[in-house]
Design a protein around this ligand. Structure first.
Ligand SMILES: *Cc1c(COP(=O)(O)O)cnc(C)c1O
Length: 434
């Protein structure tokens, strides 16, 4: 469920006409729905209601300060992957005491910042990292809580660039050596073994790989509990969302078109399958969803610059590009593209939807069937709330888009469009060229 729908002919985010936002703030602009994020958190919590659950929102999916504040108000912690993300959480007025610090390459400075900020736990990816955390904690005179990331060698069957739980990925340590790694960790004076972690990949749309991974790791956790005083088990993130038919998926009756076997992964089915497997451990369970919480809660608005009618091929050239929304170029991903103004009297057209950047990869959709739209009209790229703005860049000296947050009939610009001056602010010409 999400809160983007047509009210009459006009696409709204909650109670706000998206054309009004495009008119006020220009394009491209990301628009987020606070109500959708709130519902996503609530649904996921409800699906595992019997457990002692802590959601740590994987903020790399969308780290806007306004969203971080919203998540803090909803009671989630954060899955952090850099010192910058720790500082963002603090800048949003939240704290990191229920957050975890993940990532394969934590620097000494980042470890120090995490310890000083009172992070709930470190998710450790290697033995050298464990040694380093022990060293930094010793220098600060504190003890660092840790969980080791177990690589369960399960194929998440998702895009190769976001599969992380196979033994040939760089992530985690194999189950076969995990027990020895825990025993070694427990001997370090400034380390406290607190939990076990796994995360097998992103954008999983079926329950199978989650079930397989949890079934593999739970016996390990249960055995480890006998020798170590564990507080929690983190099963990572990775819950996928519906990109195709994204607009329809906001509708109440949408589920009915699927048979039981084909029904896409939902928080309810996720909880129903995993809850009973996790319950017997009696541990706190951490979830680290990113995409699921924000993906369908955001759209990117973009204006049509030209409709270029080629020989047997149309190109809709929009003012957003791969620097604003990188997912199609990077992961071949699909975003539904819909007009802000629906007009059923217009014919459909089949077109490629492309950005202005001089790269073939700057293409959002190929041979897409859309309502005919013309110059100056605005379209929405659906399900752009996750890995959208956070992956935006200045490629082609394009300022990054504006961001707006909607709640009910209220909305506010939470991040203005990046100016040219901001882009060049840190640059200088060296003396030997003057
Ligand atoms: C990226 C990541 C997540 C979040 O993944 P989503 O697919 O966005 O839910 C969670 N945990 C870890 C360790 C990650 O690297």
């Amino acid at each position: 469920m999400h809160h983007f729908s047509y009210h009459g002919s006009k696409l709204h985010c909650e109670d706000v006409d998206l054309n009004e936002i495009a008119g006020l703030y220009g394009s491209p602009t990301y628009v987020y729905s606070a109500g959708t994020i709130t519902d996503n958190v609530t649904r996921l919590q409800a699906s595992l209601a019997g457990l002692d659950l802590q959601i740590c929102y994987a903020m790399k999916a969308n780290s806007s300060l306004a969203l971080l504040r919203l998540f803090a108000q909803l009671g989630t912690g954060f899955d952090l992957v850099s010192g910058g993300e720790i500082r963002r959480v603090l800048a949003a007025g939240a704290d990191v005491r229920s957050s975890v610090f993940a990532g394969v390459g934590k620097t000494e400075a980042e470890i120090e910042l995490a310890l000083q900020s009172g992070v709930f736990s470190f998710h450790v990816e290697s033995e050298p990292e464990l040694i380093r955390i022990n060293h930094v904690a010793g220098r600060l005179g504190v003890v660092a809580p840790i969980a080791i990331r177990i690589n369960p060698d399960v194929d998440a069957k998702t895009h190769a660039k976001i599969t992380t739980g196979k033994s040939d990925n760089k992530f985690g340590i194999p189950m076969s050596v995990a027990a020895a790694a825990y025993d070694a960790a427990a001997k370090l004076p400034h380390i406290r073994v607190a939990g076990v972690q796994m995360h097998i990949g992103s954008q999983l749309t079926s329950i199978g790989p989650f079930r397989e991974a949890v079934e593999k790791v739970v016996p390990f956790v249960a055995a480890l509990q006998k020798t170590h005083d564990l507080a929690y088990f983190s099963i990572g993130g990775g819950i996928g969302i519906i990109y195709e038919d994204a607009l329809a998926s906001g509708a109440e009756q949408w589920w009915e078109k699927f048979s039981d076997e084909d029904r896409p992964l939902t928080p309810e089915s996720y909880g129903a399958v995993l809850g009973p497997l996790l319950q017997p451990l009696g541990l706190k369970i951490l979830l680290e969803p990113g995409r699921f919480l924000v993906g369908n809660a955001g759209v990117m608005l973009s204006r049509v610059e030209y409709l270029k009618r080629g020989a047997g091929k149309n190109f809709l050239v929009v003012d957003a590009a791969m620097n604003d929304l990188a997912r199609p170029a990077m992961y071949d991903s699909y975003h539904e593209i819909v007009p802000l103004e629906r007009d059923s009297s217009r014919p459909a057209m089949v077109t490629d939807v492309v950005g202005p950047i001089c790269e073939t990869g700057d293409c959002f959709a190929k041979n897409r069937k859309l309502q005919t739209v013309g110059e100056g009209e605005v379209v929405a790229f659906m399900s752009a709330g996750a890995y959208g703005y956070t992956m935006a860049s200045n490629y082609n000296t394009r300022g990054r888009p504006a961001e707006v947050l909607v709640k009910g009939s209220a909305f506010e610009l939470i991040h203005p469009r990046e100016s040219f001056e901001q882009q060049i602010a840190g640059e200088s010409i060296p003396a030997f060229l003057t």
